[in-house]
Design a protein around this ligand. Structure first.
Ligand code: ZN
Ligand code: ZN
Length: 283
C-alpha cells in the first residue's frame, strides 16, 4: 500500500532552507511519523541521503523533542546540511529567484533585524520532501515560481470538481487528465500526496459527518476538498484541504456554503450551520 514515495512535506523556501536546513513538524504527518518511530528515536540523529533530480546529497536528520524545553506537545524533525555545501548550492541554483530576492532584502535591512523574510505571495517557491521505501533516503522536488505560473494558466477556466477529481483519483485515461504537461505532473503528485496523508490522518472518515461510509466494503472513498477553491487559490497546503465523503463533497459544490475558519462551521445559504465533526489539522 505504501508506495515508494509515500509522504510529502511541503516546505516554503526561506533563507534557512537555502543555506543549512529546515524543520518539519511531525504533527499530523502519519506516514512520516510511522516511518520515523522505527528509524529515529527522540533526540537521536542519523545521516540521510537526499535525492534531487537524480543526484544524491548528504544531510543529517535529528528527531528533536521540544516537549520538555519549549513546552510543545509534538516532536519536530530537523534536517541539516552544510552551509555552502553541495545541497545548499544546488538549492540556491534551483531557487535562484528566491535566493536573489531574500539576499537583496537582507542586504538592505538593519544589522540587528532578525525577522524571517517571506517571499511575496505570487512568487513563493517550495521544496517537496518525499519519504521513500528506505528510511534514510528522501526525495526532493522543487516547485519554482515558474511552475506555479504555468499551473495558473492551465487551471484557468477549469472546473474545480474536475480538477479535484484528478487529485483524488489516479486518472487512467491520459487524455482526460488536464495534467498532460510534464512539469505539472509533480504539482499534481504533491497535491495528491498532501490529500492522501490527510485521508490517513482521519482514517478515511468524513470531517463533516464523521463517518467512514466505505468501511464495510473495505473501500476508501473519502475525497480531499479545497476550502478555497484550488482553481482560484492554487493553494494545496493541508490547511486548505478538508477530507469529506463523496456526498458531502457534492453538497458543498452544489450548495456553495461559506466556511467559517474560526469556528470550523459551514454556513449554508438556506441558513443551516454545520460544524465539522472531526478536525485535527485545521487551526
Ligand atoms: Zn460526510
Ligand atoms: Zn471540492
Amino acid at each position: 500500500m505504501e508506495t515508494a514515495e509515500n509522504y510529502v512535506y511541503k516546505k516554503e523556501v526561506d533563507w534557512s532552507l537555502l543555506n543549512e536546513g529546515f524543520t518539519l513538524p511531525l504533527e499530523n504527518q502519519v506516514v512520516f511519523g510511522r516511518n520515523l518511530g522505527r528509524f529515529l528515536r527522540r533526540g537521536e540523529s542519523k545521516n540521510i541521503t537526499m535525492y534531487l533530480d537524480g543526484k544524491s546529497y548528504k544531510a543529517r536528520i535529528t528527531n528533536v523533542n521540544f516537549a520538555e524545553r519549549h513546552n510543545r506537545k509534538k516532536d519536530m524533525l530537523q534536517i541539516r546540511y552544510s552551509l555552502n555545501g553541495e545541497l545548499s548550492n544546488a538549492l540556491k541554483a534551483y531557487f535562484r529567484k528566491s535566493y536573489q530576492f531574500i539576499s537583496e532584502k537582507r542586504r538592505l535591512r538593519a544589522n540587528n533585524d532578525r525577522t524571517v523574510i517571506r517571499l511575496p505571495e505570487d512568487c513563493k517557491e517550495y521544496l517537496a520532501i518525499y519519504t521513500t521505501e528506505y528510511e534514510d533516503t528522501y526525495l526532493l522536488e522543487t516547485i519554482v515560481a515558474e511552475d506555479i505560473l504555468f499551473l495558473k494558466e492551465i487551471v484557468k477556466n477549469k472546473q474545480e470538481q474536475v480538477l479535484e477529481a484528478s487529485f483524488n483519483y489516479d486518472v487512467v485515461d491520459e487524455k482526460s487528465t488536464i495534467f498532460e504537461a510534464e512539469r505539472i505532473v509533480k504539482l499534481r503528485k504533491l497535491n495528491k500526496k498532501i490529500g492522501d496523508n490527510l485521508k490517513l490522518l482521519y482514517n478515511y472518515r468524513c470531517q463533516i459527518c464523521g463517518k467512514n461510509i466505505g468501511k464495510k466494503y473495505d473501500s476508501h472513498i473519502v475525497e480531499a476538498h479545497h476550502i478555497d477553491y484550488f482553481v482560484y487559490s492554487l493553494n494545496n497546503d493541508s490547511d486548505n484541504q478538508l477530507i469529506v465523503c463523496p456526498n458531502h463533497h457534492s453538497i458543498i459544490h452544489n450548495a456553495n456554503p461559506m466556511f467559517d475558519r474560526k469556528r470550523f462551521i459551514y454556513l449554508y445559504p438556506n441558513g443551516l450551520q454545520e460544524k465539522l465533526a472531526l478536525n485535527q489539522h485545521l487551526k
